[in-house]
Design a binder for this molecule. Structure first.
Ligand SMILES: [Fe+2]
Length: 382
C-alpha cells in the first residue's frame, strides 16, 4: 500500500442542538467575540445566529456582529469588516452561515492577528502554500455551517476574490476551526437552490478529492461512506420531499466530503467553475456542479469512476450526469458566448495547471475547451 498523509484538526460537535448542548466547551476561550455572518435570503431566519446569541448571553460573552459578508468575499470586504471593529479586539471569532461567511471569518481572524497592513500581502504573500498545515494564528476561529456544501467547517482553507488578479484564490495561510458545531436543523429553512448548490458542491468535493492523484485509502473511505448517504437523499432533493433523517444525512455528507477533500484537493471541475461564479454570479456549488457530469463521462478509463457513481446510486456516469444536469438546470439561468469559452479555457490553462497535474488522466487544452463546451451547451448563445 502507498504511503499517505491524513490530517484533520477541527473538533466537530454534530447533531441537533449541537451548539447549546456543548456550549460549555466555549468557556475557556474568553469573553469577547466577533460573529461573522451574512444577510440571509428574505424570509429565511438565521437560527444559528439566534442560538449563538443565547449561548453568549448565558456565558457572559460580549460580542460584535458583522453581517455584511459578500458571496465569494473579496479581500476588500474583509478589510471593511475589520475597520468596522474600530479597535474591538476579540478573544475568538465565529463564522456563522455558508462557505462565504465561514471563509470570511477565517480571513478576518487572520487579518486581526497579522494586520492591519497590506491585505494582499497578508493573505497571499509570494511563496505559495505553507506545507505544515498548521494554524499560524493566535486567535481561534469557530464555525456554525447553515448550508451543507462547502465543508469549510472542517477545512483549513478560505477562498477569497482577488481584484488584482480578477479571480478567486485560497489564502495562503491554513486556519482550521477550533470547534465546529454542525446542526442539520439549520438546513431545514434554507431555500431549495441553496440546498442544491450545497449538495452539488459537497458531491464535487468527494468526487474530485477521491480521484485526485494524492487521494488515499482513508479519504476515499470517508468519501465512499458519504456517497452512500447522498444516494439516500438525492431523489427526494430533486423532488423537494426531504425528511428530517435526510436533512441529517445531507449535513453529514457535506462535512465528511470536506474532511475527505482536505486530504487531497479539488481538481478540474472546481477550476472550471470559477469563471461561472466570478463572471456570471452562479453560486459556487452549482458552478462546479455544471461540469461534474461531463467530467466523469469524459474519463477514457471508466473503471476509475464507475465505483463512485455506483455508490452515489447511479448505473453509470451518463446517469450521474443526467441527475446533476436536472439539479443545476433548475437553478442556473445564464448565457455564455464562444468567445467567453475560449477566454476561460486560456485562463484555465495558464492559472490552473496544478489542477491538470492532480488529475488521474492527462488533459490538454482541447479537452478543457470540450468540457466547457459540452457542459455549457444549454447556455451557449451563438
Ligand atoms: Fe467547493
Amino acid at each position: 500500500m502507498e504511503a499517505f498523509r491524513y490530517d484533520t484538526q477541527t473538533c466537530v460537535y454534530w447533531g441537533r442542538n449541537a451548539l447549546k448542548d456543548n456550549a460549555d466547551k466555549l468557556e475557556e476561550f474568553g469573553k469577547k467575540a466577533v460573529i461573522v455572518t451574512s444577510k440571509f435570503v428574505e424570509g429565511c431566519p438565521n437560527l444559528a445566529l439566534e442560538d449563538l446569541k443565547d449561548v453568549f448571553a448565558d456565558l457572559g460573552v460580549e460580542y460584535k456582529i458583522l453581517d455584511d459578508v459578500m458571496e465569494n468575499p473579496p479581500v476588500e470586504n474583509i478589510v471593511a469588516m475589520y475597520e468596522k471593529l474600530e479597535g474591538f479586539k476579540p478573544d475568538f471569532v465565529f463564522g456563522v452561515g455558508g462557505g462565504s461567511a465561514m471563509d470570511a471569518a477565517k480571513a478576518l481572524t487572520q487579518y486581526i492577528n497579522d494586520g492591519p497592513g497590506d491585505a494582499y500581502q497578508i493573505f497571499f504573500w509570494p511563496g505559495k502554500l505553507l506545507n505544515n498545515y498548521k494554524n499560524m494564528c493566535d486567535i481561534p476561529v469557530f464555525t456554525i455551517p447553515t448550508t451543507a456544501g462547502t465543508g469549510s467547517e472542517v477545512t483549513g482553507g478560505a477562498v477569497l476574490t482577488r481584484a488584482d488578479k480578477d479571480t478567486k484564490e485560497s489564502m495562503n495561510m491554513w486556519l482550521y476551526p477550533e470547534i465546529s458545531f454542525v446542526d442539520p436543523r439549520y438546513l431545514e429553512s434554507a431555500p431549495l437552490f441553496l440546498l442544491d448548490t450545497g449538495v452539488i458542491d459537497a458531491l464535487a468535493h468527494g468526487v474530485e478529492g477521491s480521484l485526485h492523484k494524492d487521494a488515499n485509502v482513508m479519504n476515499k473511505a470517508i468519501s465512499d461512506a458519504a456517497f452512500e448517504m447522498f444516494a439516500e437523499f438525492k431523489d427526494d432533493l430533486l423532488n423537494n420531499t426531504l425528511t428530517q433523517e435526510q436533512f441529517d444525512k445531507m449535513s453529514a455528507h457535506s462535512m465528511m466530503q470536506g474532511v475527505s477533500f482536505m486530504q487531497s484537493c479539488t481538481t478540474v471541475p472546481h477550476g472550471l467553475g470559477y469563471p461561472l461564479s466570478h463572471y456570471k454570479h452562479v453560486c459556487h456549488g452549482l458552478a462546479c456542479g455544471i461540469f461534474l457530469g461531463e467530467y466523469l463521462k469524459s474519463f477514457k478509463d471508466q473503471s476509475l469512476v464507475q465505483p463512485i457513481v455506483e455508490k452515489c446510486g447511479f448505473k453509470d456516469s451518463t446517469e450521474f450526469a443526467e441527475y446533476v444536469r436536472k439539479l443545476t438546470n433548475r437553478d442556473v439561468e445564464i448565457e455564455v458566448t464562444e468567445e467567453e469559452l475560449q477566454k476561460w479555457t486560456d485562463m484555465f490553462m495558464t492559472q490552473q495547471t496544478w489542477r491538470l497535474e492532480a488529475n488521474p488522466e492527462k488533459l490538454d487544452r482541447e479537452d478543457i475547451y470540450n468540457l466547457f463546451r459540452t457542459s455549457l451547451a444549454a447556455y451557449i448563445k451563438e
